[in-house]
Design a protein around this ligand. Sequence first.
Ligand code: PMH
Length: 390
Amino acid sequence: MDRHHFYRDTWAEINLDKISRNVKSFKKHLPDQKIMAVVKANGYGHGAYQTAVEALASGAELLAVAILDEALALRKQGISEPILVMNRIRPEYVSLAAENEISVTVFQKEWLDEASDFLKETEKSLKIHIKLDTGMGRVGITEATELYDISLLINNSSKCEIEGVFTHFATADEWESPLFEEQRKRFIKQIDLLEKWGITPKYFHSANSAAALRKVEGPFNLVRLGISMYGLSPSAEMKEKLPFPLEEAFSLHSQLVHIKKLSPGDTVSYGATYAAKEEEWVGTLPIGYADGWQRRLSPGAEVLIRGERVPIIGRICMDQCMVRLPYKMEVGEKATLIGTQNDQTIEMDEIASLANTINYEIPCLISSRVPRVFVKKGRISENMNVILNF
Ligand code: PMH
């Protein structure tokens, strides 16, 4: 392990080769669709910049983030491909977006009125994706009259242009969902209206990973891939019937920093919730809930050491947790909390299920205190340590 750039005994490994293969599989699966790689929230915890570069090199042509800051960060790091901010930005920042060639999402007429004033400050034209709410109930235009007003206003403005029109599915990850079908139909209807009004954006997009995996039908030419690009299934239901294998890119590792023998009755951690029944070997791992290794994972979670599953015992602390060892081991022994050792694997889905949540949340919550080690072409290519600004 190359320790350059970080000094702690806990790290996440991001296998960029797997992300690359996942994107390439999608390209084969949907040869006629452009791929927009969703790298918001630091690439779902995988590293936004590194994931973006890898996805773009593997067939993705556009990027998406949630907030303007994330888009600006990618521009600062030298990414020149199109980036869409999918959430509302403040109207006063439209010139900043335009100057950085960042596309924005619009779904309010008042926003457009305000933004028009601020666009006078810049020479550049603002690229807009109009967001339709077809049933997600989050943000988006719901009324055809509003769509008419907004799309014509943009179309007639010399300062902005409609680059895309999109919607988002609420239940694409459920095989039998009337809402999914309903949303698809509503979106197509609105696309037909736009056509009638003579508005012809470059991109029509609706699909997230789930809809892309199941090939949603319609006049769409772009898919927004998040979770599946990272190698995770959008739902347990879909995991059973994936059209091609997905490769999990994220793994989490630590090393034993202390070993001790407990006598019967000795207790472990806050609250003394674990008591040894017999003589037992216990190891300490330097990872805790401040790293995003959630307190609720114990009791229940196991880690891999020497390819064997060993249980976490007692309460997970802020920076450390304890594991029961099958026998005496040495300080420095590697522990895998998510990932593979020998023929044993702890999947993201196992951890999500123990934390009573979905796989999306687990890597997003692995905090910036955990350095990311990137593997490319089978070798460590880069380390990211936010604490030390590397
Ligand atoms: N498009 C939009 C508008 C999204 O919000 C998301 C994910 C994606 C695409 C990618 O979806 P995927 O990761 O399922 O492929 N957004 C969220 C969210 O807001 N909460 O969980 C996932």
